[in-house]
Design a protein around this ligand. Sequence first.
Ligand SMILES: [Zn+2]
Length: 381
Amino acid sequence: MQNTTNTNEQYQYGERQIEAMPKKEMTLYNGQLAGYISSFLGVFSFLAVLCFLFPTYLTTQTLREVYNPDFLKIMLQVGMWASILFAVICIVIERRRKLAIVGVLYTSWAHLLGGYSINYEQATDDVFSFGFDWLILAFIISAIICITLEKTFPKYKEQVVLRPKWKLDMVYFSVNHLLITGFMLVGNWGCHQFSWAINEDFQAQIRTIPVILQFLIIFMCADFILYWSHRVFHIYPKLWKFHAVHHSTEHMDWLAGSRSHMVHSVFERSLIMLLLFLLGADKTVVDTYIIFAATQAVLIHLNSDLPVGWLRFILVTPQFHHWHHASDQPAIDTNFAAHTVLFDRLFGTYHMPIKYWPKKYGTTKPLPQTYIGQFLYPFKD
Ligand SMILES: [Zn+2]
């Protein structure tokens, strides 16, 4: 809800100007890449050892069910040695030595707590826990895949990985993953308030449908729900203040999508959980949808012009969603859908000049630039 005008025939589209940040460029030659790899691996090794020590409280139950502790210990060993190796490279290159020191310190603490020869404590199920394991896994996998995509198919080549406010988005990424169990508990509680609406005959009917069709039903129903809930958050000023947090990022990339007010995240996730709860589709279909939706949500924020071809006319792609984040006048309050472009086309909010990308991202009114400041922002007048 930045402005109500969607169309502007006179609007001049143009190229976005990116500030050059040569000092933030991460290359092996300037020691910065080695320093960050060392420090991240050091911190993650330390957290991983804590996970081995207190699995009941620091790891997620769903992931625990598929873990092979011996394999994880080998991964921890690789991580700890790699942290030391990259710290040495960083020190030899003589740049960003502080990062190397962080890496060595955390790896040493991980070693002192038992390191990769630590014993695996048996976890107790059904206890509230933080998702430290989920944070480590999601960060490493997302960073490798997304940064590779962004470097292979860049949209704004000049935009560095360490662009302004990346640390704030890293806080959002961490909180979202650490509190995964809390989000699920709230969602489950919300779903069970609607147990009365479950129709077992209807659910049995759904499960007789071929799995591809079941997937399509979930996909389209979720898209419809997400379209309208998103649009409502843009329309009503009180709700917009929650959603404005997500729009406050001025640099789109793999971390930018994590920036979202907790109230808005919990609400959206609970809506989708309720849909899945009431439909009662096949578990494999539900799992496939969740993986697809989570992946698409990250990809559409990438600083990347992915070679999606004709799919851009069907699915929500980076270009489509970048326009949603634009502060260019004709794009304001457009492109609300999460999965396909259908509902924006149908309800008159589609905006995608194929030749252009936004000149500027962010909200027209500036927001606080800290996690706490943004958390409190919607509660203030
Ligand atoms: Zn929005």
